[in-house]
Design a protein around this ligand. Structure first.
Ligand SMILES: Nc1ncnc2c1ncn2[C@@H]1O[C@H](COP(=O)(O)OP(=O)(O)O)[C@@H](O)[C@H]1O
Length: 175
């Protein structure tokens, strides 16, 4: 399906706090692509079935999310940011990047966000057991899934450069 698009779609996923939003915004800006923060979209367009007070997060309505995004995704040129990846159609993405962060660094980032303890524990366990990476490998072709370290600002810069280069290569292959 990617042949129908003139620009690629990239998914940046990973445990909350690994740096998805920071990297996705930077990469979208560098490449002139659109940035889609699915969490924000869910909140603003009411694409959920309510709020889980214990985990302080919205319960997604997957069908509404897909319907809302379908048209823009079919055009290409999107960098999508979300902490889960199995709900999206496989055909949407040309590259799936899974950000990884060392536990102690991730812990400090989540504490700085004032997350409740149960949500911090859940997310640290999610990172230890590489839940999102496994989910990505099960949901997408293995050659499209790339794991990226996201511990430092240097990591972020090199990840942004890698994405920029990958987009250029994708466009060159299209011509
Ligand atoms: N590679 C990185 N190195 C250092 N700090 C980072 C890095 N990526 C993100 N951060 C910081 O970590 C926090 C969480 O980043 P954010 O992009 O909001 O994560 P996510 O979108 O995955 O929840 C922010 O304060 C951000 O500035």
């Amino acid at each position: 399906m990617s042949s129908e698009r003139n620009l690629p779609n990239i998914l940046i996923t990973g445990t909350p706090g690994t740096g998805k939003s920071t990297l996705a915004e930077l990469a979208a800006q560098d490449a002139g692509l659109s940035y889609i923060n699915v969490g924000t979209l869910v909140k603003e367009r009411l694409l959920h079935e309510g709020y889980d007070e214990d985990y302080q997060s919205y319960i997604l309505d997957d069908d509404k999310v897909i319907d809302e995004m379908e048209e823009q995704m079919s055009k290409g040129g999107n960098i999508v940011d979300f902490h889960s990846c199995e709900l999206f159609p496989e055909r949407w993405f040309d590259l799936i990047l899974v950000l990884r962060t060392d536990n102690t660094i991730l812990y400090d980032r989540l504490v700085a966000r004032n997350y409740p303890q149960n949500k911090i524990t859940e997310n640290i366990e999610c990172e230890i057991f590489q839940v999102v990476l496994e989910e990505a490998r099960e949901s997408y072709a293995p050659e499209k899934v790339v794991e990226l370290q996201s511990n430092s600002v240097d990591d972020m810069d090199s990840n942004a450069s890698r994405i920029e280069k990958w987009i250029e290569d994708w466009k060159a292959r299209k011509q």
